[in-house]
Ligand binder design. Structure first.
Ligand SMILES: NC(=O)c1ccc[n+]([C@@H]2O[C@H](COP(=O)([O-])OP(=O)(O)OC[C@H]3O[C@@H](n4cnc5c(N)ncnc54)[C@H](OP(=O)(O)O)[C@@H]3O)[C@@H](O)[C@H]2O)c1
Length: 286
C-alpha cells in the first residue's frame, strides 16, 4: 500500500469516509462492518468519521461507535490505524446540519468522541466547519487546548480558506497536520487550499472525492474524459478520479465514502494506477 503522511504517521494514501454508513440511506450494520473490514484487508489504515455522522437526534456519534466496533471485531493487526473524527457540526434529526463552534461545546464533544471511540487520545481531531457566530480563533483555540491536554494526538481543520489555514497553523503553534476540504471533478474551487497544503507540507484530505453520495455513480457520464481514460486502462472512472486526485500533490489523501466491500476495494486500487502526463492534462481540462 502506498502511504502518505499525517503528522509523523504514515497512513494509506486512500482513506475510508464513514458518512454514508450512518446518515440517511445507510445500509445495515453488518454490511458496513464488512466494508470496514474489506478496507483493512486492502491495506487502508486511515478512517474518517465525525460525531455528526448519524441520522436521528438520539444517536449522536453513530458512525464513531460503528467504527470502534468494527475495529475491535477485526481479527488482524490494527496497530497502524489512524481514526480521525470531527466536532462542531450537529444534526438535530430533521435532516439538517447545524453548527456549534464554541470552545465549551467543542471540548464536551471531544470528551464524548473519546468515550465512543474507546481511546485515551483521539488520533486526529478536526474542527468540522466554521461557525459564523463564534470567532474562528476561539474555535481553533479550543482545538489547541485539547492538543495541549493530550486528549487528541493531532489537530486538523475542515472547510477552511487559505487565510484560515495559515491562521489555524499559527494558533496551533505550527501543529496543524491536516485540512479536509471538498475536492472532486465537480468541485475544484479548493485548488488554492490544496496548493497551500502542498507548500506547507500539511495533509489535504479530499472530501466527497467522487462528487458525493448521490453523484458518485454517474461520474463517468458527467465527466466523459474520466470514462475515456478508465476504458483505456480497463478500470472504473471512479478509480481514475482518485488516481487523478493523488497525482495533484503528495499531500493529497482522498477519503471516498463506501458502503460496499467492492467499492472500497476498487478505490484502493487507485494507488497503483499510473496516469500519463497527457491523461492528467486531459482530466484537468474535463
Ligand atoms: N468535512 C466535511 O465537511 C465533509 C463533508 C462531506 C463528507 N465528508 C467526508 O468525506 C467522505 C466522502 O464523501 P462522501 O461519502 O460524501 O462522497 P464520495 O466519497 O464522493 O461518494 C461516496 C459514494 O461513492 C461510492 N463509491 C465509492 N467508491 C467507489 C468506486 N470505486 N466506484 C463506484 N462508486 C464508488 C460509494 O458507493 P457505495 O455506497 O455503493 O459503496 C458511496 O456511496 C465522507 O464519508 C466523509 O467522511 C466530509
Amino acid at each position: 500500500m502506498q502511504t502518505r503522511r499525517i503528522g509523523d504517521e504514515q497512513i494509506s494514501a486512500i482513506g475510508l469516509g464513514g458518512m454514508p454508513m450512518s446518515i440517511e440511506g445507510r445500509p445495515d450494520e453488518q454490511r458496513s462492518i464488512e466494508t470496514f473490514h474489506a478496507a483493512l484487508d486492502a491495506g487502508v489504515t486511515f478512517f474518517d468519521t465525525a460525531d455528526a455522522y448519524h441520522r436521528d437526534a438520539d444517536e449522536v456519534g453513530h458512525n464513531e461507535s460503528l467504527f470502534a466496533r468494527a475495529l475491535a471485531a477485526y481479527g488482524g493487526d490494527t496497530s497502524h490505524v489512524l481514526v480521525a473524527t470531527k466536532g462542531g457540526h450537529l444534526r438535530p434529526g430533521d435532516g439538517s446540519w447545524t453548527l456549534n463552534g464554541s470552545p465549551e461545546y467543542l471540548k464536551k464533544a471531544c470528551d464524548a468522541s473519546l468515550k465512543r471511540l474507546g481511546v485515551e487520545a483521539i488520533g486526529l481531531y478536526q474542527f468540522h466547519r466554521p461557525d459564523p457566530t463564534v470567532p474562528y480563533e476561539e474555535s481553533v483555540g479550543a482545538i489547541r487546548d485539547l492538543l495541549d491536554a493530550g486528549k487528541i494526538r493531532y489537530a486538523g481543520i475542515s472547510n477552511a480558506t487559505p487565510e484560515r489555514i495559515r491562521l489555524s497553523n499559527e494558533i496551533l503553534g505550527g501543529r496543524l497536520v491536516s485540512v479536509q476540504n471538498q475536492f472532486s471533478p465537480a468541485f475544484r474551487s479548493s485548488e488554492p487550499e490544496l496548493e497551500l497544503c502542498a507548500e506547507l507540507g500539511i495533509a489535504f484530505l479530499a472530501w466527497s472525492p467522487l462528487g458525493g453520495i448521490s453523484k458518485a455513480a454517474d461520474l463517468g457520464t458527467a465527466f466523459a474524459p474520466f470514462a475515456e481514460v478508465a476504458k483505456a486502462h480497463g478500470v472504473s472512472p471512479q478509480q481514475v478520479c482518485l488516481a487523478w486526485e493523488l497525482a495533484k500533490a503528495p499531500v493529497v489523501i482522498p477519503i471516498p465514502g463506501s458502503t460496499r466491500p467492492e467499492t472500497i476495494r476498487d478505490s484502493v486500487a487507485a494507488v497503483d494506477l499510473k496516469l500519463s502526463a497527457e491523461e492528467l492534462a486531459q482530466l484537468d481540462a474535463a
